[in-house]
Ligand binder design. Structure first.
Ligand code: C2O
Ligand code: CU
Length: 589
């Protein structure tokens, strides 16, 4: 009886704390608003009417809550890209992986739990391609009383790189699915929502950064574009990269760099040149043939203050050729963690799970060769030859409530076939993927090494791979096929960069390590939305640990579920706490 009463008391207390803890709250109202770019007006989906959306300012270790109101006409979710959300996959926002979308008219309070992240992250819609216009920056300052590992900059400016589509983004995706082909590409790139004056009708739509000679500026650069990696440069200035994906880097001076969708770089710009106007510019880095991608250049203008006659047009920076993959892979390979006393690294040295995942473009046949992929096929994409099919009930919900038939647990650790993955002419029969919803189960606190291997099936491509719920160390990168005897000897285990999104080079490989210390369901995917919706995705379930503080938290009360909530007496609910019993119920686990 006593036990019973204390249990009830405990439950009531937890309810009280759940509802009464005083986190700072923000309100995100998702709604359509007309915007004009490139002489064209269209309704776009925004948060609070803003494009790009509002910036969230937080400190390291904060927890905040965002109330997301869906006043638009589409289902939507919001993801806090790069936030590890310990034990709380519930508000991670990956549609059909960790939640059902928020329906029009509905609301979802999302908790954002920061821990070790410090620097720049961002948030974006995570259903279909709605993130094209629904995105914003998240700036994570050091804890109060502590400071940056570099001299305090004189000013800080978020620089959000994006893309603009004249067509409605929902139509773009619909056509992509109907045709089965490559689909359309963007009409412009943008800097803080502005294409810049190289585009028609865009003189007024140019972001201007006013600087004063002698001062230092911290640019928090985010690639929020849907499709493209971008080369970025500022005329007449080198920049110093000091952080990436909310983790500090050894200062790296560069005249240009490449940034993939999903990545962030914190960059110091010293205004140390003669007062003038200098272009800041970004254009696509891609291995696609010229003419089949957005081959335009977005610009902003860095304007020194003072009395002088600026060059007209402003000075233009050097950017590499659009397909300069050497420049791109050299850059990725030159990133190093700061790894000093205050920012120690913690690379797993003993590995429990060795995973080898191939990243491929694929094709499947269409009736009467009616699709617009190669030879009338439909284009798909895969990891270990499995093209992920979104389930009808999200995986987290199915896992937590033991709903059978939603996903399987045999996602393979290796591809079904080993061949020369990066050879010139690979046979077409290798191109056909398996369509499935499979997850990889990881033991709590196990250590993982994952080697991504790009393949040259159909068309080799770089893939910016992103993992939810974790940051990972990038211990190695190279071109060609991974050699599991020679390449590990060259790993950087001393100061590898800590990232959440990293470019796996075209026809190359990249190795990451992380510790599976975050129980929950976590999505991993290519951050090109085209590849993501084609199925270049994987899902990890990290099991609960033994103690209560190593288990997933309980779902929020307003969780958008995919099916009617089960009554609280359901056996499964209590099973979700006892994983041994749960294993026998969810037979696949
Ligand atoms: Cu930036 Cu799965 O997302
Ligand atoms: Cu990709």
């Amino acid at each position: 009886m006593k036990v019973y009463i204390s249990k009830i008391l405990g439950f009531l207390l937890s309810l009280f704390f759940y509802h009464c803890q005083a986190y700072p709250h923000y309100k995100f109202v998702v709604k359509e608003v007309p915007y004009t770019r490139l002489c064209n007006t269209k309704n776009i989906l925004t948060v609070n009417g803003q494009y790009p959306g509002p910036t969230l300012y937080v400190h390291k270790g904060d927890t905040i809550a965002v109330d997301v109101y869906n006043r638009g006409k589409y289902n939507i979710t919001i993801h806090w890209h790069g936030v590890k959300q310990p034990r709380n996959p519930w508000t991670d926002g990956a549609a059909y992986i960790t939640q059902c979308p928020i329906a029009p008219g509905a609301k979802f309070r999302q908790k954002i739990i920061l821990t070790t992240e410090e620097g720049t992250l961002w948030w974006h819609a995570h259903s279909d391609w709605l993130r094209a216009t629904v995105y914003g920056a998240m700036i994570i300052y050091p804890k109060l009383g502590t400071s940056y590992p570099f001299a305090k900059p004189d000013a800080e400016i978020p620089i959000l790189l994006g893309d603009w589509w004249i067509q409605d983004i929902v139509e773009v995706v619909d056509e992509l699915f109907l045709s089965g082909g490559e689909g359309n590409y963007s009409n412009a790139f943008t800097i803080n929502g502005q294409p810049g004056d190289l585009y028609p009708c865009s003189k007024q739509d140019t972001f201007r950064l006013k600087v004063e000679k002698g001062l230092t500026y911290l640019l928090r650069i985010i690639n929020s574009a849907v499709q493209d990696m971008l080369f970025f440069s500022i005329a007449g200035h080198n920049v110093t990269l000091v952080g990436s994906d909310a983790s500090y880097l050894k200062p790296l001076e560069r005249s240009f760099f490449v940034i993939s969708p999903g990545q962030t770089f914190d960059v110091l710009l010293e205004a140390n040149q003669s007062p003038n106007h200098y272009y800041m510019a970004a254009k696509a880095y891609t291995v696609a043939a010229k003419g089949v991608f957005d081959n335009t250049t977005t610009t902003a203008i860095v304007e020194y203050s003072g009395n002088y006659t600026p060059s007209s047009p402003p000075l233009f920076p050097y950017l590499p050729e659009y397909n300069d993959s050497h420049a791109a892979v050299n850059f990725t390979g030159s990133l190093r963690s700061l790894a000093d006393e205050e920012h120690p690294i913690n690379v797993p040295m003993e590995i429990n799970s060795h995973l080898f995942y191939t990243l491929s473009m694929n094709t499947v046949l269409c009736p009467n060769n009616s699709c617009s992929g190669p030879n009338g096929t439909r284009i798909l994409a895969s990891v270990n030859n499995i093209s992920l099919v979104d389930p009808k009930i999200d995986i987290l919900e199915a896992y937590y409530y033991c709903i059978p038939g939603v996903f399987g647990t045999w996602f393979p650790d290796f591809p079904p076939l080993f061949y020369n993955f990066t050879a010139e002419d690979l046979p077409m029969n290798l191109e056909i993927p398996t369509l499935a919803t499979e997850v990889k189960i990881l033991e709590y606190n196990s250590t993982v090494e994952l080697v991504f291997q790009g393949t040259n099936l159909l068309l080799g491509s770089d893939h910016p791979m992103h993992l939810h719920g974790f940051s990972f160390y990038v211990v190695g990168v190279g071109v060609g096929d991974f050699d599991n005897e020679i390449d590990p000897l060259k790993y950087n285990l001393v100061d590898p960069p800590l990232s959440n999104t990293i470019i796996v080079p075209v026809d190359g490989w990249l190795a990451i390590r992380f510790k599976a210390d975050n129980p929950g369901v976590w999505f991993m995917h290519c951050h090109f939305d085209r590849h993501m919706v084609w199925g270049m995705d994987a899902v990890f379930i990290v099991k609960n640990g033994e103690s209560p503080d190593t288990k997933m938290s309980i779902p929020p009360s307003d969780m958008p579920l995919c099916r009617k909530p089960v009554p609280i007496t359901s056996k499964c609910l209590s099973f979700s706490i006892k994983s041994s019993i749960r294993r026998s119920v969810c037979s696949t686990l």
